[in-house]
Design a protein around this ligand. Structure first.
Ligand SMILES: [Zn+2]
Length: 315
């Protein structure tokens, strides 16, 4: 009797531990290749994910290359989130290291009206800036900077939530609730952004920046954008393009031009000397940083749009 009772206890505790294991699977191992995706994966996944960011805040994603230790982390990942659309020039090589189906190129999954149109800038690649033939993504000319569109960010939240629930079906309720929280935060940000842009007369919504990173923001908020460089920070501008931009600023009496944290301000300083435009506060083009003004998507967006509207409103 005593023996069988003991047996029953063992049996019960065994099945209890099996049940617990079923109720709470290991958090999904997610590796992110972009700082904006790190925030979204953490906020949408919550306790159901462990997110390993390969890009430190403030790193230029155009120039990043994964180190051998990063490759080891990527091999362990159940889900790898990349910005896509050619931002990560190394993705073609990386794909060979990953299990099939692990890599999700977010930009390529954006619904078509949200995905960027071909980059507007005149492209002048640095001499010697040739890519390997097998780097198919490096020549994708669609603008990869989708995190400057709040509509695109909303879609990205949905894409990430869908993939997380696919890989962890038990987490569905939590993931959907967390995704809804992020979406409502983005909706508040959008309401604020629209009101902010409304204060700027339509004729002043002209954006001169270093590299072609703000096409998405421009399209969403009715700006015309004149980047000096292509869609990568490794591009260079020609003297002719620089002269044309100076003419454009003089003709339209543009009040401000904008440098970026990841680009050299040299060209824009030349423009400031040649025109009446002032240098606006530097914009955060390529992802999140560590300062209060750029540590989150919300902070980055508010900083950029405030800098733009204030700069272009000035007399
Ligand atoms: Zn960029």
């Amino acid at each position: 009797m005593l023996q069988s009772a003991k047996f029953l206890v063992v049996l019960l505790s065994l099945s209890a531990s099996v049940l617990t294991a079923r109720a709470a699977p290991e958090p999904l191992r997610v590796v992110t290749l972009h700082t904006v995706l790190t925030e979204i994966a953490r906020d949408v996944g919550g306790a159901h994910v462990t997110v390993t960011p390969l890009l430190r805040p403030g790193t230029d994603p155009h120039q990043f290359e994964p180190a051998p230790a990063d490759i080891a982390r990527l091999r362990q990942a159940e889900l790898v989130l990349a910005a896509g659309l050619g931002l990560e020039s190394y993705l073609g090589r990386l794909q060979r290291e990953l299990k099939p189906g692990v890599l999700l190129e977010i930009g390529a999954l954006l619904p078509n009206p949200l995905r960027g149109s071909p980059s507007q800038a005149v492209h002048h690649h640095e001499p010697g800036h040739d890519h390997d033939d097998d780097e198919a993504h490096a020549h994708d000319e669609t603008d990869p900077h989708w995190w400057h569109s709040l509509d695109a960010l909303q879609a990205v939240v949905d894409i990430v939530a869908r993939q997380l629930t696919l890989l962890r079906p038990d987490a569905r309720a939590d993931v959907e609730r967390q995704a809804a929280t992020v979406r409502s935060r983005l909706a508040s940000l959008q309401a604020w952004a629209r009101a902010k842009v409304e204060t700027l007369p339509a004729g002043r919504r002209v954006l001169v920046t270093s590299h072609d990173a703000f096409g998405y923001l421009a399209r969403e908020f009715g700006f015309t954008v004149f980047p000096l460089l292509g869609s990568s920070t490794v591009d260079e501008a020609s003297a002719r393009h620089l002269a044309a931009t100076i003419q454009l600023i003089r003709r339209n009496q543009i009040r401000a031009v904008f440098t970026e944290a990841s680009s050299s301000p040299r060209l824009l300083e030349t423009i400031v000397r040649e025109t009446k435009a002032r240098l606006g506060r530097p914009l955060w083009a390529d992802g999140l940083g560590t300062d209060p003004e750029n540590a989150t998507i919300d902070a980055m967006f508010r900083h950029n749009l405030t800098a733009i509207v204030d700069g272009l409103s000035a007399d």
